[in-house]
Design a protein around this ligand. Structure first.
Ligand SMILES: [Ca+2]
Ligand SMILES: [Ca+2]
Length: 158
């Protein structure tokens, strides 16, 4: 089963990992989404300390020492800030940071190849990719740049 999304952030000694998965819940007879947080001590020695599921310090019998608790709080705050910095970019169906003619072209591609039953470019969330989604792309002049969060801008500038 693949995660719906997953994010990880690390410092020198620890790694915080968040993921969300959706699976069929037989008891409820519906899909259920589960959000999970893992926190592991890591290093880059040979062999390295791995951040596998058994190393999750948030699960018993593991406990966090003082430094790990500080790192956990710090990484959690940084990841929350990163998630809060996400910018909505209406019309950017291929998520390349620009709304332009490529988005129109690719909306048409997905509409044709799936018989309009695609979630790609379904901006109005009606379950179909079709002409009703086009105004979300064409609502303003091209090209429209979607600003990246500052944390990414800094990492690109050298
Ligand atoms: Ca785009
Ligand atoms: Ca739609």
């Amino acid at each position: 089963m693949l995660a719906d999304w997953q994010l990880a952030l690390r410092d020198e000694d620890c790694k915080l990992f968040r993921l969300s998965t959706t699976d069929w819940d037989e008891t409820a007879s519906e899909c259920a989404t589960t959000d999970t947080t893992e926190f592991s001590a890591i290093n880059e020695q040979v062999p390295p300390k791995l951040d596998n599921k058994n190393a999750n310090l948030l699960l018993p019998p593991n406990t966090l020492n003082h430094l790990q608790a500080l790192a956990y709080n710090s990484l959690n705050k940084q990841l929350d800030n990163l998630l809060a910095s996400e910018i909505t970019c209406t019309g950017d169906g291929n998520t390349d940071g620009v709304v332009d003619f490529n988005d129109i072209s690719q909306l048409g591609y997905w509409a044709n190849i799936t018989g309009s039953k695609s979630s790609w470019y379904d901006f109005n969330l009606d379950g179909f990719t079709n002409e009703a989604d086009l105004p979300y792309i064409t609502q303003a002049p091209f090209p429209r740049s979607c600003s990246l969060p500052l944390i990414f801008k800094d990492s690109f500038e050298t």
